[in-house]
Design a protein around this ligand. Structure first.
Ligand code: ATP
Ligand code: MG
Length: 353
């Protein structure tokens, strides 16, 4: 399996270095024959190549089986015409990675403030407020006058259908329950359509029970009783916000792994950002990126019918849980280890089998 590895900014380089060690250990133990191709994007690439993502990099990623993308500081990327595209958004759109799968669960050995839970946010990843590529003005935001801005949110039948299908298929492998999160009381047409389509797709999965919540009420329900949820399906920006909440409720934003999956490509990416406040101090939690890498291996294993990759993914999930239970973790989840040492502990456990 060929994986392009891009470290990113802030805590990206240190968490990605740790993740690469874990991938190499998994490759060795499970004979995965991983081919990791290191590259750059974002600020570093803008400086060296004049663009945050070069056409050569896109070709390389297309030819690979997967991508591990570190977090990027994107605030100063303003002018796409000058090559300042947000790499994360760019790969999601270019590779049509329409499903952003963001699991959040508590772990034994960590205080679970809200009780134990295990859920997955399935976030639509290509449209909503992020749908700029099909808008001719060049962006989803338009400055009408210096004092008036309009932001567009596009919802399409196709994207609703495929994200709903991802959610129901995932639910079939879990507790067989899907929660639809929306704002149909205000966005009556767009989110009305989203709900209708989710229910329609749900008819193909009669074993799966369905409920739905308005996004604001959902925040209260998740904080009150996260254990009532299994798979949560929602549109792009609601999923972005909700999954930060669920990751933090699980113990730390640093536990939020995520997979951006399309038909032919997938990209592992931590759910958190570049966390510049803690960058370079060897204190960032590497688990979110490590778990994302495991999800990428599992995605490949399932798609190619290669059990060794599924086994490797499962082993990484187990080893991370064991490490947390043993306190071999960073301080945000109650441990005392640094980023690097946490990775070493995971590698040791993986190698020991
Ligand atoms: P960005 O603009 O790139 O999203 P940000 O300032 O919003 O950066 P986030 O990465 O989104 O920061 O994280 C928010 C906060 O959560 C950070 O300030 C950091 O303290 C904490 N955090 C995020 N990721 C981790 C991690 N892997 N380990 C420990 N703490 C983290
Ligand atoms: Mg952020």
């Amino acid at each position: 399996m060929k994986i392009v590895v891009i470290p990113g900014d802030g805590i990206g380089p240190e968490t990605m270095a740790t993740t690469v060690d874990v991938l190499e250990a998994a490759s060795k133990r499970f004979n995965l024959n991983l081919d990791l191709q290191h590259d750059i994007a974002g600020h570093e690439s803008l400086k060296r190549n004049g663009a945050t993502v070069t056409p050569e990099l896109l070709e390389k990623v297309r030819a690979a089986d997967g991508l591990m993308l570190g977090p990027m500081a994107t605030y100063d990327f303003k002018d796409e015409a000058k090559g300042e595209v947000n790499p994360s958004k760019f790969f999601r759109k270019s590779l049509d990675l329409y499903a952003n799968i963001r699991p959040a669960r508590t772990y034994p050995g960590m205080p679970a403030r809200l009780g134990e839970f295990d859920l997955v946010v399935v976030r639509e990843n290509t449209e909503g407020f992020y749908a700029d590529r099909n808008v001719e003005s060049g962006g989803s935001e338009m400055l009408i006058t210096p004092d008036v801005v309009i932001s567009l949110r596009r919802i399409t039948r196709l994207c609703c259908e495929r994200i709903a299908r991802s959610a129901f298929e995932l639910a079939m492998t879990r507790k067989k329950h899907v929660t639809i999160v929306h704002k149909a009381n205000v966005l009556k047409i767009a989110d009305g359509m989203f709900i209708d389509i989710c229910h329609q797709v749900g008819k193909e999965f009669p074993e799966v029970t369905i409920d739905d919540f308005i996004v604001d009420a959902m925040m209260a329900h998740v904080v009150r009783a996260p254990q009532r949820f299994d798979v949560i399906v929602t549109t792009n920006m609601f999923g972005d916000i909700l999954s930060d909440l669920t990751a933090e409720l699980s113990g730390s934003l640093g536990l939020g792994g995520s997979l951006n999956a399309g038909t032919d490509h997938a990209m592992g990416q931590a759910a958190h950002g570049s966390a510049p406040d803690i960058a370079g101090q060897n204190i960032a939690n590497p688990f979110s990126l490590i778990l994302s890498a495991a999800m990428l291996l599992g995605w490949y294993g399932q798609r190619k019918g290669q059990q060794a990759f599924n086994d490797a993914a499962a082993a990484i999930f187990d080893v991370v849980a064991d490490a947390i239970a043993a306190g071999e973790a960073t301080r945000d989840v109650g441990g005392k280890l640094g980023t690097k040492e946490t990775g070493e502990a995971v590698v040791r456990r993986l190698a020991a089998g």
